[in-house]
Design a protein around this ligand. Structure first.
Ligand SMILES: Nc1ncnc2c1ncn2[C@@H]1O[C@H](COP(=O)(O)OP(=O)(O)OP(=O)(O)O)[C@@H](O)[C@H]1O
Length: 719
C-alpha cells in the first residue's frame, strides 16, 4: 500500500521504544491506528488535540483508543508527518509537553529535544561551578556554528557552553543527540575540530536550511539514524512485531557511513566491545548482497572465528534480510568452511585443534634431546609461533626462519636438536590422518591457487572477530576474495578482545587497508561503569591494531549509565556458593519480571572444569542452569541461567554477567602460567588472560557481579 496524495510518514525510534513497552492488545490497536493514519492523516475523523502547555505547538495528540494516545508532529506547511511517541493519555501528554522538534540549522538534521531536561541540566551545571565568572569554560574557543555542525541543537548551546570539567561532559552527554555526543566527547578528549569533522565525516554545513522543510531534513544522515520513513508495509509490520532491536533500522551515522558505500579495497573497522562491529558487518553484508552482487551466482562469505557466533550472526541476519538475499550470503566460521571445502575437494583428513594432539606431542617429546632442557610447552609454542607462522616444512626452512618475539634465543645446533621433535610430530600427524587447522588453511589456499579462484562463487568476504584470525586465516581470506579489488574484504575486530590468536599484520597477508581504516567509539551494550572497569583490566598493555600499529580504548565510551561492577570476596568455596545461590535466585526473580526472562543471566567461568565444579555445587539448589552450546543458537524461550566459559561467551551478550571463582590461581590460570617456558611467553599469557576478563565483563548489558574465595585475582587490584 502506498500513501495517497504525496503524504510522507516518518516514525521515530522513540516511537518504537514506547510501542515496545505497551501491552500486546494495545500494540495491535497501535498497528491498526498507524494503518488508518497512513491512509489519510488529514481525514476529518482524526482529531488532532492540542497539548496544553506544550513548547512545540505542532505536537498534537491523536487517539489510539479510549486510554492511549499517539503524539504526532502535524506540519504547519508541507505533507510530512512524524509519529513520535505512544503512551497512556496522561503520560503521552506529559512526554509531549517537554519536547520540541527542530531542524538543526547547521547540520540539517531533525532533532527531538527534551527542553525541561536541558534546562535542568544547564542549571545544575551552573550551580556546580562555585565561582561561575572565574572559571574558564571548556569550549569558549569553539564557535556556535561549529558546535552545531557537530550536531548540538541550538537550544542546547547554553548547556554545552557551561561545561568546565570532565564530570560536566559526562553529565551532559546523555542529553545530547547521539551525533552531538560523539563530537563533544572527542572535543573534550582534546581532538582538534578539523580532525573530528573528518573522523566523524561531518558534512560541510549547508546555507539556507529551511527550518520547516521536514521532507528535506529527513534525508539527512543523522535524521535517518532516528527516523524510519515508511515506504514499505512489510518492513513496518516487522518493526512493530519484532522485539525491539533498534539497530535493525537505525544505524548510527558513523556506522551507516561504513556500510552504504563502495570501498576501493579492503576495509578494517576497529572498535571496543559493544560498539556495533558485528551489527555493521551484518548490514554491510546485506548492502553488498542487495546492491553489488549482480550475477545470480554471486555470493558473499561472512565468516567469524567461533561456530556458535556464526550461528548467532546467521539468525540475526535473517531478521534484516529477505530469504532471497540470505541465499546469497554464506555465514560460517572459517574452520568449518575449510573442512567443508576440503571435503568437497576429496580431502578427508580430520582437522585437529590444540588439545586434540596432546598425545602425539607427548610421544614426539620423547625424542627431545635431554641436554636442551626445554619443557614440552616450549616445543608447542615454537611450533605454533615459528614453524606454523613461517610455513616451515624442512629443517632448512626452520634454520632460516626468523623467530621474532620469541623469548628464548636458540643456536643453530639447538634448532637442529629441536627439529627432531617437530619431525616426529609431523610424522605422527600424517600417520593418524590428522591435519592441523593452519595446515588445512594452506591446503585450501593451494587448491584455490591451482584450480583458479573461479571455482568459488564469492565476490566479497566479511570477517567478524578478525583479531583472532591467524596469518594462515588471513591469507586464505585473501585467496578466497581473489586479487585486490573494490569491496572485496571487510574486517571488523578489536585486539583488546584477542583470546585465541596471535598478533598478525594484515599487510603481511596481502590485505592492504591503507586509507580504509575506521573506528567505532560508542559502546551500545555495557554501561559506562562496566566499560571503565573492563578497560582498567587492560591498563598499560600495548594492544595492536591488526596492522602493526597500536590501538587504544582512550576515546571509547558508553551511552548508558548504571551500576558499577561488584566484587565480593569469601573465605571459603562454600561461602561463595551460598552467596551465588542467593544472588542467582534474586537475579532469576528479577529476570522474570516484565519482558525479561532468566536466560538473560549468564555465569561465566575461566575453565570448563571450574564450570563443572560450580555447576555441581549449585546443583543442590533449585536453580535451573543451561550450558551455552557450541553448535546451537541460544533459545531465549528456554528457561534457566546460562553458563559457559569465558571463551564460549565471546561475541555474545546478556543482561547480567556473573563471574564466580576469580581467585588468584584462576586468573591468570596458574597451570597455564607455569607452563610458559620463558618470561616473554609469560607476559603474553598474562595479556591474553587479561583480555579474557575484559571480554567476559563486556558481555554485560546491566551489571557485572564478580566473586572469589581466598585471594582475589591480581587483575582486580585497585577495583
Ligand atoms: N546504532 C545502534 N543503535 C542501537 N543499538 C546498537 C547500535 N549498534 C549496535 N547496537 C547494539 O549494541 C550491541 C553491541 O553490538 P555488536 O554486538 O555489534 O557490538 P560489537 O562491537 O560486535 O561487540 P563485541 O566486540 O563486544 O562482540 C547490540 O545489542 C546491538 O544491537
Amino acid at each position: 500500500m502506498n500513501l495517497d496524495h504525496g503524504i510522507r510518514l516518518a516514525i521515530a525510534d522513540d516511537f518504537f521504544s514506547s510501542h515496545n513497552q505497551l501491552p500486546r492488545k494495545i500494540q495491535n490497536k497501535v498497528s491498526e491506528f498507524i494503518n488508518r493514519f497512513r491512509q489519510s492523516p488529514t481525514r476529518s475523523g482524526l482529531n488532532y488535540e492540542s497539548i496544553k502547555g506544550s513548547r512545540d505547538k505542532r505536537l498534537k495528540s491523536v487517539r489510539v483508543d479510549l486510554d492511549y494516545r499517539a503524539i504526532v508532529l502535524k506540519p504547519e506547511t508541507g505533507n510530512t508527518y512524524l509519529l513520535l511517541w505512544v503512551d497512556q493519555h496522561d503520560d503521552a501528554y506529559q512526554w509531549a509537553r517537554r519536547k520540541v522538534c527542530q531542524i538543526n540549522q547547521v547540520s540539517g538534521s531533525v532533532q527531538i529535544i527534551d527542553v525541561e531536561q536541558v534546562e535542568a541540566t544547564t542549571e545544575k551545571l551552573k550551580q556546580s561551578h562555585q565561582q561561575p565568572e572565574a572559571q574558564p569554560k571548556r569550549f569558549d574557543a569553539i564557535a556556535d556554528r561549529d558546535l552545531m555542525r557537530l550536531g548540538v541543537p541550538e537550544i542546547l548551546l547554553p548547556a554545552v557552553r557551561e561545561i568546565v570539567s570532565d564530570r560536566d561532559v559526562e553529565e551532559l552527554l546523555p542529553h545530547l543527540p547521539k551525533e552531538a555526543s560523539d563530537g563533544i566527547f572527542m572535543l573534550a578528549a582534546g581532538y582538534p575540530l578539523p580532525d573530528i569533522f573528518q573522523q566523524l565525516e561531518r558534512p560541510e554545513p549547508k546555507d539556507n536550511i529551511d527550518p520547516d522543510n521536514l521532507e528535506a531534513a529527513l534525508d539527512n544522515e543523522d535524521s535517518r539514524s532516528r527516523f524510519m520513513v515508511v515506504t514499505d508495509d512489510t518492513e513496518l509490520e516487522e518493526m512493530l512485531a519484532a522485539p525491539l532491536e533498534k539497530w535493525r533500522v537505525f544505524l548510527h551515522p558513523t556506522q551507516r557511513k561504513l556500510v552504504e558505500r563502495d570501498w576501493n579495497g579492503a576495509v578494517r573497522v576497529l572498535g571496543g566491545a559493544g560498539t556495533g562491529k558485528t551489527v555493521v558487518a551484518m548490514h554491510r553484508a546485506k548492502w553488498l548482497a542487495e546492491n553489488r552482487l549482480t550475477k545470480t551466482s554471486d555470493r558473499l562469505l561472512f565468516t567469524t572465528f567461533t561456530r556458535n557466533l556464526a550461528i548467532d550472526i546467521e539468525n540475526n541476519l535473517k531478521t534484516i534480510c529477505t530469504p532471497e538475499v540470505m541465499k546469497r550470503i554464506r555465514v560460517i566460521n572459517l574452520d568449518s568452511w575449510v573442512t567443508s571445502f576440503l571435503k568437497e575437494e576429496g580431502i578427508e583428513n580430520r582437522i585437529v585443534y590444540n588439545n586434540e594432539t596432546d598425545d602425539l606431542w607427548q610421544q614426539a617429546y620423547t625424542l627431545a634431546p635431554p641436554e636442551l632442557g626445554f619443557p614440552l610447552s616450549f616445543y608447542r609454542e615454537e611450533w605454533q609461533e615459528v614453524l606454523q607462522q613461517n610455513r616451515c616444512q624442512t629443517l632448512r626452512d626452520y634454520l632460516g626462519s626468523r623467530r621474532i618475539g620469541r623469548g628464548t634465543r636458540l643456536s643453530r645446533q639447538q634448532r637442529q636438536g629441536i627439529w627432531l621433535v617437530f619431525e616426529e610430530y609431523r610424522n605422527l600427524l600424517r600417520e593418524a590422518g590428522y591435519r592441523e587447522a593452519n595446515d588445512a588453511m594452506y591446503d585450501a589456499i593451494s587448491i584455490i591457487r591451482a584450480k583458479g579462484r573461479e571455482i568459488l562463487p564469492y565476490k566479497a568476504v566479511i570477517v567478524d572477530e578478525a583479531q583472532d584470525m591467524s596469518k594462515g586465516a588471513f591469507e586464505l581470506i585473501r585467496a578466497i576474495a581473489g586479487p585486490p579489488t573494490a569491496n572485496d574484504i571487510f574486517l571488523v575486530g578489536d585486539a583488546h578482545q584477542r583470546i585465541y590468536g596471535q598478533t598478525v599484520i594484515l599487510s603481511h597477508c596481502h590485505i592492504d587497508i591503507r586509507g580504509r581504516s575506521k573506528k567505532l567509539r560508542l559502546n551500545y551494550r555495557t554501561t559506562d561503569e562496566t566499560r571503565k572497569w573492563a578497560t582498567a583490566v587492560l591498563e598499560n598493555l600495548a594492544i595492536d591494531d591488526l596492522d602493526g600499529g597500536v590501538d587504544s580504548l582512550q576515546d571509547y565510551r558508553s551511552i548508558m549509565h548504571g551500576d558499577a561492577p561488584i566484587v565480593k570476596g569469601f573465605k571459603t568455596f562454600e561461602q561463595e556458593i551460598s552467596y551465588l545461590q542467593e544472588l542467582l535466585t534474586t537475579l532469576q526473580n528479577q529476570g522474570n519480571t516484565g519482558d525479561r526472562n532468566s536466560s538473560r543471566v549468564c555465569m561465566v567461568f575461566r575453565t570448563q572444569s571450574l564450570m563443572e565444579q560450580y555447576e555441581s555445587a549449585l546443583g543442590n539448589y533449585p536453580i535451573k542452569m543451561q550450558r551455552i552450546k557450541r553448535n546451537q543458537p541460544d533459545n531465549l524461550l528456554d528457561e534457566g541461567i546460562r553458563i559457559g566459559t569465558m571463551h564460549r561467551v565471546k561475541g555474545l551478550q546478556f543482561d547480567w554477567i556473573v563471574l564466580p571463582g576469580l581467585n588468584d590461581d584462576i586468573l591468570p590460570l596458574k597451570t597455564g602460567l607455569n607452563d610458559c617456558p620463558d618470561d616473554v611467553s609469560k607476559d603474553r599469557f598474562i595479556t591474553a588472560e587479561r583480555c579474557l576478563l575484559h571480554v567476559a565483563a563486556t558481555r554485560a548489558k546491566q551489571q557485572v557481579l564478580i566473586s572469589y574465595y581466598g585471594k582475589p585475582s591480581p587483575f582486580m587490584e585497585k577495583k
